[in-house]
Structure formats: structure tokens, C-alpha cells
Design a binder for this molecule. Structure first.
Ligand SMILES: [Zn+2]
Length: 148
């Protein structure tokens, strides 16, 4: 048996037990201010990389969006009415929008809304599976069946 190695949180300086699958990358404990600090730090690191400067600007960005669409044609099959996607977008906290925008490398609301929709679906699926495992009553049955 390997001994559990504790790490020191970079934010609050307390010792914590990192997730074994993520030990090398995890430098912050799971307390919420530290998680926030961790996110902010990784975003800053990413933005400070020379290749990411100006990532969201100019012709390069437009090209990237086009290419992203080309390799992710699946997203465009979501033929949800645009209004519904806009609604979905507008009800999200800005941090989610920002995360998705970073994740897919696009600032286009359509791209973000489509991704959001896909993620919401998979999130619901995950929650459904979990509540079924726990034997709890699931009101997710509805959304799953209505999708098919
Ligand atoms: Zn901490």
C-alpha cells in the first residue's frame, strides 16, 4: 500500500489530500476560496502564455471558430429553436459562460449556447444515473424520455 501523500494548498497553506487521479496537477485544496483561487490562477497562466495572447481576437479567432465548427458538426444538429438557446444562455451565471467560451475557444453566443445545451443534457444524464443508483425518486425521467 502506498502512503497517501498530502500536499500543501497554495492558497490557504493547509495540508490536504489530493485526488489520486489528479495528484500532480492539484495544488489547491477543495475549500471554495481555494478552488476559486485555483481557477483564477490557471486562467491567468493560460492567458499569459504567448500563444494564447489575443486568442479571442482578430482573423485567427474567426478562423479557429470556423475550424471548430467543421470538426464539431454534431453541435449544429441540435436544431433547438434559437430563442430557447438564447434563453438558456441568459440564465447562466457569467462564470459558466466564460468557462464554456474558454473551453470551446469561441466568443460566439450561438457556439456557447449550443455547447451549453449539450452540456446541460449530459449533466442531466449524470444526475439521473446518480439518483437512480441511490434509489431516490428521479424527476429526470421526464427530460430523458422527452428527448427521445
Ligand atoms: Zn486551501
Amino acid at each position: 500500500m502506498k502512503r497517501i501523500q498530502k500536499k500543501k494548498c497554495r492558497h490557504c497553506r493547509r495540508l490536504f489530500v489530493p485526488d489520486p487521479r489528479n495528484r500532480d496537477r492539484q495544488s489547491y485544496c477543495s475549500r471554495s476560496p481555494c478552488r476559486k483561487a485555483s481557477k483564477a490562477a490557471s486562467q491567468k497562466r493560460w492567458l499569459n502564455k504567448p500563444e494564447n495572447k489575443g486568442y479571442f481576437k482578430g482573423p485567427e479567432h474567426v478562423k479557429r471558430v470556423r475550424e471548430w465548427r467543421k470538426i464539431n458538426p454534431g453541435y449544429w444538429k441540435w436544431s433547438k429553436p434559437r430563442i430557447a438557446l438564447q434563453d438558456l444562455l441568459m440564465t447562466q451565471p457569467p462564470v459558466i459562460i466564460g468557462l464554456i467560451s474558454n473551453f470551446i475557444g469561441s466568443l460566439l453566443q450561438d457556439d456557447i449556447a449550443n455547447t451549453l445545451f449539450a452540456m446541460q443534457q449530459s449533466g442531466q444524464d449524470i444526475l439521473c444515473l446518480q439518483s437512480q443508483d441511490e434509489g431516490g425518486k428521479s424527476d429526470c425521467q421526464k427530460s430523458v424520455t422527452s428527448r427521445r
